[in-house]
Design a protein around this ligand. Structure first.
Ligand SMILES: [Zn+2]
Length: 78
């Protein structure tokens, strides 16, 4: 894996995981979390059968610990 650095701070980025949280039950505080790890075309539409998008690829997420910016990269094929 190649090291990624912040273009402004010039320090190494920290790999992070982004996720979305669904509706939270007010009694149990439970919710469903989903990784945000795919991307597709901006004009992509959901499948009529499954209701799902067809992914174009996967994401890698990084955080700059200095400026707080989050960077998203298309995952490189290995
Ligand atoms: Zn930075």
């Amino acid at each position: 894996m190649t090291t990624k650095t912040c273009p402004d701070c010039k320090i190494e980025l920290t790999r992070i995981k982004l996720f979305g949280r669904g509706w939270e039950n007010p009694l149990t505080r439970g919710a469903i979390d989903a990784d945000l790890s795919f991307y597709t075309d901006a004009e992509a539409e959901r499948s009529l059968l499954s209701g799902m998008f067809k992914p174009q690829g996967m994401l890698e997420s990084y955080l700059c610990q200095s400026c707080g910016r989050i960077f998203l990269f298309a995952m490189q094929e290995k």
